[in-house]
Write a protein that binds this ligand. Structure first.
Ligand SMILES: *Cc1c(COP(=O)(O)O)cnc(C)c1O
Length: 470
């Protein structure tokens, strides 16, 4: 399988060639030249496979340049009951007949990002090991992504992680999760500033091309193609768990921010998985809901980006969205280039009324938004009706899911985090704390290891160089 860029100006590449990179050199995102198809017979044969077995069958269709025996060993090492706390890996919880929650948050950092990031850690170690190369991952985080990357890369040969976070701005739980890591290849840098300062430093360091090349700087942000591929697997596992027949259609509801999670659902559907609807849920940061309702995609500025109680969905533009638009406009890279030029110049583009947007229903998307009051109400309702506590992001998903529910169609809401990560909102909704999984009871009391720095890219560069010796 070959990969091309959504902007159309790059030579085709293999899976391994794009694995460590981010954007394509022409500024686009990578996608496979065609989506592999899964026949009904193949689908029937996969029912009953273990999660790792299913992951192998799906990922091998995309990672065609990794020898199959090696890939199988990598996925079997990744998706284990030890790491994900159950044999099912992604257990399906039935709230009532036809309404389910798919547990994607049982990995080391209690959020769904572990599903992909754990695989990325093992894939990175594998390809770096072949050439003896090193990789220094630089990132900025306000919570979930940074900790997920650190837990995926800790102890990995040839890899170091330098993770910037705003000093004192993360929850005590999130801070403890990251800063309690004692692995010598993990470096937490707490910046005196806000999240945007951290992101600006990452940009400044990345724009120093000589430094970036010498220090072998890479990223693990949500546009990484392998992360999307890994996420395709749980749409299949969730579909198997929610159905009995091999032609039964299912709706998935997805709490969305950067469009990475639901992009994987879109691809699973294009591969032939019987998905009736993809229900996209946003919080008050409703860039994507606006698009699916009107055809207008209007990126927001920092001043218009709200800090909400589902913080991992607080985005101003959706970095993976270009992948979907590429498909929507018939894979015409010229149209994508023009749209993103408009976005850069005018801050928005409008597909409303075009023949492309006229096709939107064929892609199965519907959308809705959820507010702080909706989250609290949904958390209370689910606790009262089913005795289950869900986190605020999953509550956004469930709220929008119920508004778009169709009789007779099984509805699967993706659980993107455990409530233990967002105690304050649970206390606000229910007046009690959620239970913490075993091993997390006293995480705030563990010794912490981190550096404090000013929001100064030069200081960060000196720190990196001193620790890589490159
Ligand atoms: C990252 C994240 C999301 C949003 O996922 P995208 O792939 O960015 O759309 C939703 N919920 C939680 C808990 C997350 O960590």
């Amino acid at each position: 399988m070959q990969y091309l860029s959504t902007r159309g100006a790059c030579a085709p590449k293999s899976f391994s060639e794009i694995l460590l990179g981010g954007l394509a050199p022409d500024g686009g995102l990578y996608l496979p030249d065609t989506y592999p198809q899964v026949s009904r017979e193949e689908l029937a044969a996969w029912r009953g496979l273990s999660y790792a077995g299913l992951a192998f069958e799906i990922i091998r269709k995309f990672a065609t340049d990794i020898p199959e025996a090696d890939l199988r060993a990598i996925v079997e090492r990744t998706y284990t009951a030890e790491v994900y706390r159950s044999e099912a890996i992604t257990p399906l919880r039935t709230l009532e007949p036809g309404l389910h929650v798919l547990g994607l948050s049982n990995g080391p950092t209690l959020a769904f990002k572990d599903m992909a990031m754990q695989l990325l850690g093992n894939l990175f170690e594998y390809v770096l090991g072949k050439t003896g190369a090193e990789l220094n991952i630089l990132g900025a985080t306000s919570g979930d992504t940074g900790s997920s990357a650190e837990y995926a890369m800790r102890g990995k040969r040839g890899i170091r992680v330098f993770m910037l976070s705003p000093l004192g701005k993360m929850s005590a739980f999130q801070t403890a999760q990251m800063f309690s890591l004692q692995d010598p290849n993990i470096f937490n840098i707490a910046v005196r500033g806000v999240f945007d300062d951290c992101q600006d430093i990452v940009k400044a360091v990345s724009n120093d091309h000589a430094f970036k090349a010498r220090q072998r700087i890479g990223t693990v942000n949500s546009i990484n193609w392998a992360r999307v591929v890994a996420q395709i697997v749980y749409y299949f596992s969730g579909w198997f768990a929610a159905t009995r027949r091999d032609d039964e259609e299912v709706a998935f509801a997805v709490p969305s921010g950067n469009f990475g999670n639901i992009c994987a659902g879109h691809i699973a559907r294009r591969m032939g998985l019987p998905i009736r609807r993809l229900i996209l849920a946003t919080n008050e940061n409703d860039v994507l809901d606006e698009f699916f309702r009107t055809g207008v995609y209007r990126a927001r500025g920092t001043a218009e980006t709200f800090h909400t109680s589902s913080p991992s969905m607080d985005i101003s533009k959706a970095s993976n969205f270009e992948r979907f638009v590429f498909d929507l406009v018939g894979r015409d890279a010229k149209v994508v280039r023009e749209l993103w030029e408009q976005l850069d110049e005018a801050g928005a583009f409008d597909l409303g009324g075009t023949r492309h947007f006229g096709q939107i229903a064929r892609y199965g998307f519907v959308s809705g938004r959820s507010t702080h009051a909706d989250r609290l109400r949904t958390i209370r309702r689910v606790y009262a009706d089913y005795g289950v506590i869900i986190d605020p992001h999953t509550a956004d998903g469930l709220k929008v899911a119920l508004a778009n529910r169709e009789a007779g169609v099984p509805l699967v809401v993706l659980e993107t985090a455990l409530p233990a990560k967002f105690e304050d909102t649970i206390v606000e909704a229910l007046g009690r704390k959620p239970e913490r999984p075993a091993g997390f009871e006293a995480i705030e009391e563990l010794p912490q290891r981190f550096e404090v720095m000013d929001a100064d890219a030069e200081q960060v560069k000196r720190f990196i160089a001193a620790h890589t010796g490159l």
